[in-house]
Write a protein that binds this ligand. Structure first.
Ligand code: HEM
Length: 136
């Protein structure tokens, strides 16, 4: 990837992220593990939050921070049980969505690497740990 341009520029700007997240959420909405975690009455809000975050993260405008503040993503995922299974489901919808998009190879590779790492970072359940009391 040339040093002088961002991934945001390499993929042609914000439309790429709107399309990517649309495709990603089409998968999430029919996923038996993930769908129940999302606010059924605010899926468009969830789509917008992820889209704006990714636009900002990859070098576009910082609208996400202006409306949501610092991302603190790991903390914002604490209310959800992000198991290995949930992580893998999330990642598989995201890689399917990426595979359906056109972008320069180097930008694609950076995004895949980032999603693999950040999905693991969001995991907050050790599979062999004792379930929390409410699950007993
Ligand atoms: C690993 C599995 C993951 C699961 C199960 C998961 C699930 C969720 C859920 C249920 C929400 C709340 C939806 C909402 O915004 O109302 C959410 C929010 C969000 N997630 Fe994830 N997520 C995962 C990984 C990731 C990753 C890897 C990223 C970033 C690369 C990410 C970025 C976000 C963002 C930006 C929000 C909105 C935060 C906010 O401003 O409130 N998530 N996620």
């Amino acid at each position: 990837m040339a040093d002088e341009i961002t991934v945001f520029q390499a993929v042609g700007g914000e439309q790429f992220f709107f399309d990517l997240v649309d495709r990603f959420y089409d998968g999430v909405e029919s996923d038996p593990i993930l769908a129940p975690m999302y606010p059924a009455d605010d899926m468009s809000g969830a789509r917008e939050r992820l889209t704006l975050f990714l636009i900002q993260f990859w070098g576009g405008p910082s609208t996400y921070n202006e409306s949501r503040g610092h991302p603190r993503l790991r903390m914002r995922h604490f209310p959800f049980r992000v198991t290995r299974e949930a992580r893998d489901a999330w990642l598989s919808h995201m890689t399917d969505a990426l595979d359906s998009m056109e972008a320069p190879q180097a930008a694609m590779e950076m995004m895949v690497d980032y999603f693999v790492q950040s999905a693991e970072f969001m995991r907050n359940v050790e599979e062999d740990e004792t379930p929390p009391p409410e699950a007993l």
